[in-house]
Design a protein around this ligand. Structure first.
Ligand code: SAM
Length: 201
C-alpha cells in the first residue's frame, strides 16, 4: 500500500485512533523518558500521548494527510512534535533515539526487514526498540492485509538477522479486543517485541 492509498484513506475517514494503543501505553510506561522516533505514525495517537508524557518525539509517515492530522492535534493540544513526511524504508535520521517504535506497521517481508534495519540504525546505545503488531485478527480489512501479519518470533528473528547483538527483552502475544470509535471493535492477537541495543554491531 503506497502513500496514495494512505492519503485517500485519511482523506475519507473521520479520525479513528484518538486514544493511544493500550499495549503501547503500558510498554512505554516502563521506560525513562528521552527522545523517541515513531515510524509510520498515522494519525498520531501514540506520539501525541508520548509527547504529553514528557518525551521529545519525532513522527514519520509518508502520508501528508496523516502528518497534517498530527500537526493539527499537536497545535490544538499545545504539544510539540517534530513531524516529517518521509518514507520509513529510506529514512536516515541525523540523530539517534532512546526509543524507536512501530505500531501496526505490516509490510511485505523485504520491506519489513528494511524498516527494522532502519529502526535499529536510528537507535542510540542503550535505547529500546518496540514493535507492536498483529499476528491474527478478525478485522474486516478494506484491503486484504492478513498475509502481512506475523508472529512475534518472526519479528524477533528478523531483528537479530539485521542486528545480531540486539538483546530481545520481550517477545510475546496477547489476545485482546481493539476498540474502533466509529466501527465495530475487532479481536486481534497482538504481538509485542521489545529489544535493547547494547552495542553498535
Ligand atoms: C495501519 S497505519 C498505523 C498508524 C499508527 N502507527 C497507528 O497505530 O495508528 C500504517 C501507517 O503506516 C504508514 N506507512 C506505511 N508504509 C510507510 C512507508 N513506507 N513510509 C512511511 N509511512 C508508511 C501509513 O501511511 C499509515 O499511516
Amino acid at each position: 500500500m503506497n502513500s496514495e492509498f494512505w492519503n485517500n484513506y485519511y482523506q475519507e475517514q473521520s479520525t479513528i485512533w484518538i486514544q493511544p494503543d493500550e499495549v503501547f501505553a503500558t510498554e512505554v510506561a516502563e521506560l525513562t523518558s528521552g527522545n523517541a522516533l515513531e515510524l509510520g505514525a498515522g494519525e498520531g495517537a501514540d506520539c501525541l500521548f508520548l509527547a504529553k508524557s514528557g518525551w521529545q518525539v519525532t513522527a514519520i509517515d509518508f502520508s501528508q494527510k496523516a502528518i497534517d492530522r498530527i500537526n493539527r492535534q499537536a497545535d490544538k493540544q499545545e504539544i510539540t512534535i517534530n513531524t516529517e513526511v518521509n518514507d520509513i524504508l529510506t529514512y536516515q535520521p541525523e540523530q539517534q533515539f532512546d526509543l524507536v517504535y512501530m505500531v501496526f506497521i505490516h509490510l511485505p517481508l523485504a520491506e519489513r526487514k528494511q524498516m527494522l534495519a532502519n529502526a535499529v540504525n536510528a537507535l542510540a546505545l542503550g535505547g529500546t526498540l518496540l514493535f507492536i503488531g498483529i499476528a491474527n485478527s478478525d478485522m474486516d480489512c478494506d484491503q486484504e492485509v492478513s498475509h502481512l501479519f506475523s508472529p512475534a518470533k518472526d519479528i524477533a528473528a528478523l531483528l537479530l538477522e539485521v542486528a545480531p547483538d540486539l538483546h530481545i527483552e520481550k517477545q510475546g502475544h496477547l489476545n485482546r479486543t481493539i476498540p474502533m470509535p466509529d466501527k465495530q471493535s475487532f479481536k486481534a492477537e497482538t504481538i509485542i517485541v521489545k529489544a535493547k541495543k547494547l552495542s553498535n554491531k
